[in-house]
Design a protein around this ligand. Structure first.
Ligand code: ATP
Ligand code: MG
Length: 339
C-alpha cells in the first residue's frame, strides 16, 4: 500500500498544516508513502515566480524538519518533464466536459473572472467570462492525476474539496488501462484521520489558511517565539471570562483549547477545567505552540541556511521519485502510440 500527499506552496506553512497534516505524515507515514511540494499547482492562478520558488524551498525544508524521511519527499517541479509528459497523455484520455464540470474549476474560474472584470480588465465581449482564467485551471486535474498515477499510489488522503479530482483520476486510469493496456494502479481517495482543524485566530469561524489575505490570525511554523506569543495573545475570543469548550457559541476559546489539546494531548473540555481565566489559557497555548514548533523551526532554519545540503537532499528525493515512476510514463507513452 502506498499513499501520496502534497502541499501547495501558496503561502508559508502554518500551525494548521503542521497539526492537521505534516506532523502526522512524519509520525505514521508508511515505508512506501510519498510527500511532495506541489509548486506546479501553484501556477494555475496569478503567481510571483521568485516567491513561488522560495516558498517551495521553505516548504521542503519544513517537511523534512518535521521529521518526514527525506527519501520520501520531493518537489513536484523537479519531475516537471515526467509529469508534463504524463499530463499530456492524461489530457488525451480525458474529455473536455469531464474537466469543465469539476467543482473547483467552476468556483475558481468564476472567482477569477469576477475579480478581473470587477477590476475593469477591459476585455472584449467574447472573452468576458473567461477573463484572466488560466487554461491550467481547467487542466489541473490532469496534472493531479499524473502526480498520483506516475507514482503508482494506491491511496490518496484528501479532503472533500479534492475528492472529485481523485474520482476523475480513477476514471482516467481505468479508461487508459481498458483502452491501451494495463499501466496504472487504480487509486482511491481515503479520508485522512480526523485531526485538529485549526481556525484563524483573528476569525475563528474560518480555518487557518496559507492563502488568507491577512496573516494576523495565522501562526506560521517559522514564526519566532515572540511573534507566536503576540498572535495568540491577540486571538479573538468572546466576552466570557471562565474558559469552557463550546465550539458553537465560543469558537475563539474552543479553537485555543483545541490547539492546546493537539499540542499537549488530552481533551479540550477537560483542559478547560484547569484554567480560571482566558488570559491563562492564552499563555498556556502560546507556551505549548512555541515548544511544539521550536524543533521544526530550528531544523528548518539550519537546512535553509545550508544551501548545499538542502540541494543534495532535494536532488536525492527527486531522483528516487523519478526512478519509481518513469517506467509507468514510458509504458503509457508506448501504449498510446508515441515512440
Ligand atoms: P490554501 O489556502 O492555499 O488552500 P491551506 O492552508 O488550506 O492552503 P493546503 O495546501 O490546502 O493548505 O493543505 C495542506 C494540508 O494541510 C492538507 O492536508 C489540509 O487538510 C491541511 N490543513 C490545511 N489547513 C488546515 C487547518 N486550518 N487545520 C488543519 N489542517 C489543515
Ligand atoms: Mg486548502
Amino acid at each position: 500500500m502506498s499513499k501520496l500527499s502534497g502541499i501547495t506552496p501558496s503561502g508559508h506553512v502554518h500551525l494548521g498544516n503542521h497539526l492537521g497534516a505534516v506532523r502526522r505524515w512524519a509520525l505514521d507515514g508508511g515505508a512506501e508513502d510519498l510527500y511532495f511540494v506541489a509548486d506546479l499547482h501553484g501556477m494555475t492562478t496569478p503567481h510571483n515566480p521568485p516567491k513561488l520558488r522560495s516558498l517551495a524551498r521553505e516548504q521542503l525544508a519544513v517537511l523534512i524538519a518535521a521529521g518526514i524521511d527525506p527519501e520520501r519527499v520531493f518537489v513536484q517541479s523537479d519531475l516537471a518533464r515526467e509529469l508534463g509528459a504524463l499530463t499530456w497523455v492524461l489530457e488525451c484520455t480525458c474529455n473536455y466536459g469531464e474537466a469543465a464540470r469539476m467543482i473547483q474549476f467552476k468556483e475558481k474560474s468564476a472567482a477569477r473572472s469576477a475579480s478581473v472584470e470587477g477590476g475593469g480588465g477591459g476585455m472584449d465581449g467574447k472573452s468576458k467570462g473567461q477573463a484572466g482564467v488560466r487554461l491550467s485551471l481547467l487542466t489541473y486535474p490532469a496534472l493531479m492525476a499524473a502526480d498520483i498515477l506516475l507514482q503508482g499510489a494506491d491511496e490518496v488522503p484528501v479532503g472533500e474539496d479534492q475528492r472529485q479530482h481523485v474520482e476523475l483520476t480513477r476514471t482516467l486510469a481505468k479508461r487508459f488501462n481498458g483502452t491501451y493496456g494495463d499501466v496504472f494502479t487504480i487509486p482511491r481517495a481515503v479520508l485522512p484521520p480526523t485531526g485538529a482543524r485549526v481556525k484563524d485566530l483573528a476569525d475563528p469561524t474560518r480555518k487557518m489558511s496559507k492563502s488568507a489575505r491577512d496573516a494576523v490570525g495565522v501562526v506560521f511554523v517559522l514564526d519566532e517565539p515572540d511573534q507566536i506569543r503576540r498572535k495568540i495573545r491577540r486571538a479573538v475570543t468572546d466576552g466570557g471570562s471562565v474558559p469552557v469548550h463550546a465550539p458553537e457559541t465560543r469558537p475563539g476559546m474552543a479553537n485555543l483549547l483545541e490547539i492546546l489539546a493537539a499540542c499537549r494531548g488530552g481533551s479540550p473540555a477537560e483542559l478547560a477545567d484547569g484554567f480560571s481565566s482566558y488570559g491563562a489559557v492564552k499563555d498556556a497555548v502560546a507556551d505549548a505552540v512555541i515548544e511544539e514548533l521550536r524543533p521544526v523551526r530550528e531544523r528548518a532554519s539550519s537546512l535553509l541556511d545550508d544551501v548545499a545540503e538542502l540541494d543534495r537532499v532535494r536532488k536525492a528525493g527527486a531522483e528516487r521519485a523519478r526512478e519509481r515512476g518513469s517506467h509507468r510514463l514510458d509504458a503509457a507513452l508506448r501504449m498510446i502510440g508515441a515512440n
